[in-house]
Design a binder for this molecule. Structure first.
Ligand SMILES: Nc1nc2c(ncn2[C@@H]2O[C@H](COP(=O)(O)OP(=O)(O)OP(=O)(O)O)[C@@H](O)[C@H]2O)c(=O)[nH]1
Ligand SMILES: [Mg+2]
Length: 295
C-alpha cells in the first residue's frame, strides 16, 4: 500500500460474503466510503484500505487507523484462490513496509442457521491465514442480531462456540456482538487495541512495541514462500479436491452433463496454475491431479 507509515495501525476486516464487512467500515467512518451489497451477491471485489480519522485519545496516541475491506471467500464463483492471493500479498507487502497489524476482525452473519460449506471453507482459510499465535488478536464479530429472535441467535452462537470457533476462543479470540451502529464498530476496534496493550502488559496510552503478525505474513515475507505453498493455500487446494471428488461421483452415477462441474474445476486449476507460477511444488501438485485430462 502506498503512503503507509510505520506508525499506522492496520486492522483488516474479513469474513464471508454478506457478513457485513463493508457496512462495518461505513459505520466506523460515519459515511458511505465503500459500497455495500443490496442482495446476496458478493459485492466487494477489491481490497480497499481506508484511513480512518482517529480520536485524539490515548488508545491511538497520534497513530493513524487503517481498516482494510476485503472480498469474502465464497466458493460460489470459484475465485477463492485469486482472492486469497490478493489478500496474502496485501498483508505481506504491508508487513514488509513496516506497517503494524493491530489484529483482525472476522465477521459472521448470526442469522445463518449453520455453517454452510462456503462459510466453513472461508473460516478454515481464515484460520490458517492467521495461525494459532495470532488467535488472541482476533475478534470474532457476529452481525444481524436484530434480524432473528434473541434465543435463535444465542443458539447459533452457542453452536459456533462449541464447534468451529472453539479452538480460537480457547486460544484467546474475543467473541463480540457487532450491531449496525457507529458505537458498536468503534467498540470492536477498541477491543483489539485493548488486547494489544494487555498482551504486552502496558496500560492504555503506554507505548506499543509488539504488534500482531499473521502466519501468512511470516510465511511469505520471512520464509519467502509463494502463496500457493502456505497453509492457507493448502486449505484452498482441498476445496479443489472436493470438486474433483464431486466430478467423479457424478461421472460414476452416469451423469452426462458435467459442464458446470468441469467449468468450476477448470477455472480453479487455471487460477492455481497462475498462482503457482513460481512454485515447482505446485506444478507437481497439478501433475498429481492428472484429472485435467477429463476436462
Ligand atoms: N440488519 C442488518 N443488516 C446488515 C448488517 N450488516 C450488514 N447488513 C446488510 O447486509 C448486506 C451485505 O452487507 P455488506 O456490508 O455489503 O457485506 P460484506 O461482508 O461487505 O459483503 P461482500 O462485500 O460481498 O463480501 C447489506 O444489505 C447490508 O445492509 C447488520 O448488522 N444488520
Ligand atoms: Mg463488502
Amino acid at each position: 500500500m502506498q503512503g503507509g507509515l510505520p506508525t499506522d495501525i492496520v486492522i483488516p476486516i474479513m469474513g464471508p460474503t454478506g457478513s457485513g464487512k463493508s457496512t462495518f467500515i461505513n459505520n466506523l467512518v460515519g459515511e458511505d466510503v465503500v459500497s455495500v451489497s443490496q442482495s446476496m451477491e458478493s459485492c466487494t471485489t477489491d481490497i480497499t484500505h481506508i484511513v480512518v480519522d482517529t480520536p485524539n485519545n490515548p488508545f491511538f496516541n497520534g497513530r493513524r487507523l487503517i481498516v482494510v475491506d476485503t472480498p469474502g471467500f465464497d466458493d460460489t464463483k470459484g475465485d477463492d484462490l485469486e482472492i486469497l492471493r490478493r489478500i496474502a500479498l496485501w498483508l505481506a507487502s504491508s508487513y514488509d513496509a513496516g506497517m503494524k497489524l493491530g489484529g483482525v476482525i472476522y465477521l459472521h452473519d448470526i442469522t445463518q442457521p449453520r455453517m454452510v460449506r462456503s462459510t466453513r471453507n472461508n473460516f478454515s482459510v481464515f484460520n490458517k491465514l492467521c495461525g494459532k499465535d495470532a488467535f488472541a488478536s482476533i475478534v470474532l464479530g457476529t452481525t444481524r442480531w436484530s434480524d432473528i429472535s434473541l434465543i435463535e441467535a444465542q443458539n447459533h452462537l452457542e453452536a459456533l462456540s462449541q464447534t468451529v470457533w472453539k479452538d480460537m476462543i480457547k486460544r484467546g479470540s474475543i467473541v463480540q456482538q457487532v450491531d449496525n451502529t457507529k458505537a458498536s464498530a468503534w467498540l470492536t476496534i477498541y477491543l483489539i487495541l485493548g488486547r494489544l496493550h494487555e498482551q504486552q502488559g502496558t496500560t492504555i496510552g503506554g507505548s506499543l512495541e509488539k504488534f500482531t503478525v499473521l502466519k501468512i505474513q511470516q510465511e511469505i515475507v520471512n520464509l519467502q514462500k509463494t502463496v500457493c505453498s502456505t497453509e492457507a493455500g493448502r486449505a484452498l487446494r482441498s476445496g479443489l479436491q472436493e470438486l474433483l471428488v464431486e466430478q467423479k461421483r457424478l461421472r460414476d452415477a452416469g451423469e452426462e452433463d458435467l459442464d458446470d462441474i468441469n467449468g468450476r474445476i477448470g477455472k480453479t486449476l487455471r487460477q492455481l496454475d497462475d498462482l503457482c507460477q513460481l512454485s515447482p511444488s505446485c506444478r507437481k501438485f497439478l501433475k498429481i491431479f492428472g484429472i485435467v485430462i477429463y476436462l
